[in-house]
Design a protein around this ligand. Structure first.
Ligand code: G6P
Length: 461
């Protein structure tokens, strides 16, 4: 029997067993955490994703499955508007993804964010035993550690940020930025996806906050407390994902794509419909490729799977409309009666189906304008046939680029660069595809989600 202390994970989203399935829709966090918790019989606390009916405020819904107990709470419509749609997704998300132009600063939503963090602390604290190790996740819950400490918790408490940490010059545009960072320094360990985001954080602590920073160890000392800040690049659940190829769902999905594309080369993108993913820019790049290589239009088909996300936030409605217009324009101009160059699909698929689609697609396009890590890039690599692997085209602004330098790296803002990368991928000889893939697969296999959890929890314990 394991003698490890129990793990308590707290995050906004919880992958409740009955609601799992649409991998494309849930983003990287939920899948990764479920894998991390499975082996530790832990407790996972968070929002149910539901609005509370009257009288349900304060009610905790628990279920146990695969050894993981989930405890979820509902939120009121006002909480959802101010905390989730508001401060988390209209202030922090755009700012942390370098989109100052989209970031909104409203006093009310800031208060809602603090109020919901208080509520998370009120409701989770009684479930936490003195020996538990507590791991809080992502930008929705930055102040939670401090709120738990103020309720007397002496446990080891860590925090992991799944998204980028912006450069200091951008970050200081956030009203009360100092207050937010001070709360982070109540955690024992604060983790980032890459050295780049970590450096930005340490730069802020040293230069804006006046904390004592030891860059070598990542120790940040402020007001008598020391927090360890380090980079822990997240990976995929290799054991689980790499076996999906044997499933009927994966085989069927692969077959379905192959038979519908016939002799054309399939190129695929799978992203939540989010402006950080660079989708309109990607379509512009594909448009440029068709413009420059009209003779190859019939050779290629691009499949973009983009499940809608955060639909109550205006900037997400705008990006959806823009993407629809761009796809429509290219398809209108370039389709034939028996051929459509872009298949644009607004729904999520299971991991097994995605595995099959990735394997059938000879090019994977992952071109976010800014991304904490991006696990789709790693899943695409993991799903390839090592004897005849496809080519990953990857944005240099995704955290994953630091780990996968053997992808074809692109500047996602440049249609010319994307056009050039597509041509490079289409013309790449088998030997080069194999040697690039071999190096990438080693990273994806070894730096997996179990390793990520072990590294973080080792430092936390
Ligand atoms: C990103 C975030 C996660 C979030 C996911 C899906 O991966 O880092 O915290 O859960 O997107 O977004 P949603 O708003 O649907 O939870």
């Amino acid at each position: 029997m394991s003698t490890d202390p129990r793990l308590v994970v707290i995050s906004n989203r919880v992958a409740v067993p009955k609601a799992r399935g649409a991998a494309g829709a849930q983003g990287g966090l939920a899948g990764a955490l479920h894998a991390a918790l499975k082996s530790r019989k832990g407790l996972w606390f968070g929002w149910s994703g539901q609005e509370s009916g009257s009288g349900r405020t304060g009610h905790i819904d628990t279920q146990t499955s695969d050894g993981v107990t989930t405890a979820t709470i509902d939120l009121s419509q006002r909480d959802i508007d101010e905390y989730y749609n508001g401060y988390a997704n209209s202030t922090l998300w755009p700012l942390f993804h370098y989109r100052l132009d989209l970031a909104e600063y409203e006093r009310e939503t800031g208060k809602g964010y603090e109020r919901v963090n208080e509520r998370f602390a009120d409701l989770s604290a009684p479930l936490i035993e003195p020996e538990d190790v507590v791991w809080v996740h992502d930008y929705h819950l930055i102040p939670l550690g401090e709120r738990l400490r103020s309720r007397g918790l002496k446990n080891r408490i860590g925090f992991f940020l799944h998204i980028p940490w912006p450069a200091t010059r951008l970050f200081v545009s956030l009203p009360y930025h100092e207050r937010l960072v001070r709360t982070l320094l109540y955690y024992d360990v604060v983790g980032f996806q890459t050295e780049e985001w970590l450096d930005s954080f340490l730069h802020y602590c040293e230069n804006e906050l006046g904390a004592q920073v030891d860059k070598g160890s990542g120790a940040v000392t402020f007001e008598g407390r020391t927090t360890l800040a380090r980079a822990y690049p997240i990976g995929i659940d290799w054991d689980h994902f790499s076996r999906l190829g044997e499933t009927g769902d994966a085989r069927q999905a692969q077959q379905r794509l192959l038979s519908s594309t016939r002799r054309r080369t399939a190129m695929i993108g799978v992203d939540r419909l989010d402006y950080s993913k660079g989708l309109p820019e990607r379509i512009d790049g594909i448009g440029r490729f068709f413009e420059r290589n009209p003779e190859r239009v019939r050779d290629l088909v691009f499949i973009q799977i983009a499940p809608p996300s955060r639909e109550d936030v205006e900037s997400y409605q705008a990006i959806r409309a823009e993407l629809e217009q761009k796809c429509g324009q290219i398809n209108g101009a370039r389709s034939e009666v028996d051929m459509v160059p872009i298949r644009y699909v607004n729904r999520g698929y299971s991991h097994a189906e995605l595995f099959g689609f990735f394997r059938a697609a000879k090019i994977g396009l992952v071109t976010p304008l800014r991304d904490g890590m991006n696990l789709v890039a790693k899943e695409y690599v993991a799903a390839q046939d090592p004897e005849d692997p496809g080519v990953l085209i990857l944005s240099r602004f995704a955290g994953a680029a630091a780990q996968l330098p053997d992808a074809v790296l692109v500047n996602p803002h440049s249609p010319d660069d994307i056009d050039h990368a597509i041509r490079t991928a289409l013309d790449m000889p088998l030997a080069e595809r194999k040697s690039r893939h071999e190096k990438m697969i080693a990273t994806v296999r070894d730096d997996n989600v179990q390793q990520w959890t072990a590294n973080f929890l080792r430092d936390l314990s």
